[in-house]
Design a protein around this ligand. Structure first.
Ligand code: MRU
Length: 366
C-alpha cells in the first residue's frame, strides 16, 4: 500500500513557483497545479485549491515570495538585474513599501485560519528587518517559505507522537473535516495523531464525518486515510451522536483554524455539535494544532472572524441543485467550540490541559 503521507507534499516551492495539490477535484482526480503569480495564489487560497489552516499558512508565505519576484522584476532595470547593482535605496524603499501592501492583501484571502496571517507576518518581519538588497530580500523570503514547509511536517510528527500516547488500544477515533496531510504540508494534525497511533497499533480505526457543505471528510479524509491503509468508516454529520450512544466512539480528534488565548477553538462548521455530543456521552474531545494556530492576541473565541461562504456550497452538490431555488441560505464556514468542551489541545510542545489561559501562556514560553 502506497504511504500517502510519505509520498505527497500538499504544497512545495519549486525554483520560482509554488506547486500544490488541487483539492477542488479530489477524489475524482489527483493533480498538481503550479501557481506562478501573487494574484494566482490569492485566488487559489480563496477558492480552496489549497485549504486547511497550516497549508494556507505556507501558501500565504509562498504568495509573498511570488509578489516579491514580480515586484523585483518590474522595478529592477535589466542592467541592474545583471550587474547586481540593485541597491539603489529609493528603488529598495519602493519595493519594500509595495511588497508590504501586497503581503497585507495576501493575508485577506481567507479570514478565519490564523496560520495565514501568522505566516504572512513572518514574511513581513523579513521584509521590514532585512538589510539585504532587493534580490537578497527575495532570496530570504524564499528560504523562509521553504523552512516553513519543512517545519510544518516536523511539527505535525511531534503533534502525532504526543497524541498517539493518549489513544487507547484498538480505539475508534471520530474526526470532522480534514485535518490531514492535505490540510498541512504533510502528515497532518488530527490525522497526524491517527497516523502515529496506527503505526503503534494497527487495530485502531477512524470514523470520518462527511462534513457538509464542502465534504472535506468524505472527499479528502477518506481519500488520504484509505491510501495509508487505515480502516476508515464514512458517516454523515448527523450520525455522530448515534454512534457515540452505541459506545462505538472512544475519542474525538479534530484540527483547528484558530484557537483563542483561553482555548476556545474555531474549526470547520459542525465541530461544535460533535463536541457537545462527546461531552454528553463522556467521550474525550481533543483538538490537535500547532502553536501557529493559537492567536494569543484574542482573549476568547467570540473575537474570531467566521468566514461566510457562498450559498451554492449548500444549495448544490456536484453542480446540481438539491433544494428549492429560492430558499434562504446561511453558510458560515466555521464554528467555535468553547474551551470547557475540550479535553486537551495537542501541540508540538505537548498536550495542553485546562486551565488553557495558563497552559497556552506557558507553552509559548517553552
Ligand atoms: O475550509 P477549510 O477546508 O480550509 O477548513 C479546514 C478545517 O476546518 C480543518 O479541519 C482545520 O483547518 C484544521 S487543518 C489542520
Amino acid at each position: 500500500m502506497a504511504e500517502f503521507h510519505s509520498k505527497i507534499k500538499t504544497i512545495e516551492w519549486i525554483n520560482n513557483y509554488s506547486k500544490m495539490v488541487d483539492q477542488t477535484v479530489l477524489p475524482y482526480e489527483f493533480k498538481y497545479v503550479n501557481i506562478t503569480s501573487g494574484q494566482e495564489m490569492y485566488d487559489a487560497i480563496k477558492t480552496m485549491i489549497v485549504r486547511g489552516a497550516p497549508a494556507i499558512g505556507v501558501a500565504g508565505a509562498h504568495g509573498v515570495v511570488l509578489y516579491a519576484q514580480e515586484l523585483a522584476e518590474s522595478l529592477l532595470p535589466a542592467c541592474q538585474k545583471e550587474s547586481g547593482r540593485n541597491n539603489d535605496s529609493l528603488l529598495r524603499d519602493e519595493f519594500v513599501k509595495k511588497l508590504l501592501e501586497k503581503a497585507d492583501y495576501m493575508a485577506t484571502s481567507r479570514p478565519t485560519a490564523v496560520n495565514l496571517m501568522w505566516a504572512v507576518e513572518k514574511q513581513k518581519d523579513i521584509i521590514k528587518n532585512s538589510t539585504s538588497d532587493i534580490k537578497g530580500i527575495v532570496e530570504e523570503l524564499k528560504q523562509n517559505a521553504i523552512k516553513m514547509e519543512n517545519d510544518d511536517i516536523e511539527i505535525n510528527k511531534k503533534i502525532g507522537d504526543y497524541g498517539a500516547e493518549i489513544v487507547p488500544k484498538g480505539a475508534t477515533i471520530l474526526t470532522h473535516c480534514n485535518a490531514g496531510g492535505l490540510a498541512t504540508v504533510g502528515y497532518g494534525t488530527a490525522l497526524g495523531v491517527v497516523r502515529s497511533a496506527f503505526a503503534n497499533d494497527p487495530t485502531i480505526q477512524v470514523f470520518a464525518d462527511e462534513t457538509r457543505p464542502r465534504q472535506q471528510g468524505a472527499r479528502i479524509t477518506t481519500f488520504e486515510l484509505t491510501m495509508d491503509g487505515i480502516p476508515t468508516t464514512l458517516i454523515t454529520d448527523g450520525m455522530c451522536s448515534y454512534f457515540m450512544k452505541k459506545g462505538m466512539i472512544d475519542m474525538v480528534v479534530v484540527g483547528a483554524d484558530r484557537i483563542a488565548a483561553n482555548g476556545d477553538a474555531a474549526n470547520k462548521i459542525g465541530t461544535y455539535t460533535v463536541a457537545i455530543a462527546a461531552k454528553y456521552h463522556n467521550i474525550p474531545f481533543y483538538v490537535a494544532a500547532p502553536l501557529s494556530t493559537i492567536d494569543t492576541s484574542i482573549k476568547t473565541g467570540d473575537e474570531i472572524v467566521i468566514e461566510e461562504r457562498s450559498r451554492d456550497e449548500v444549495t448544490h452538490i456536484n453542480g446540481k441543485i438539491i433544494c428549492a431555488e429560492s430558499v434562504n441560505v446561511i453558510n458560515p464556514g466555521f464554528d467555535v467550540t468553547p474551551n470547557e468542551l475540550i479535553s486537551g489541545i495537542i501541540t508540538e510542545k505537548g498536550i495542553l490541559r485546562p486551565d488553557y489561559t495558563k497552559s497556552i501562556a506557558e507553552a509559548f514560553k517553552l
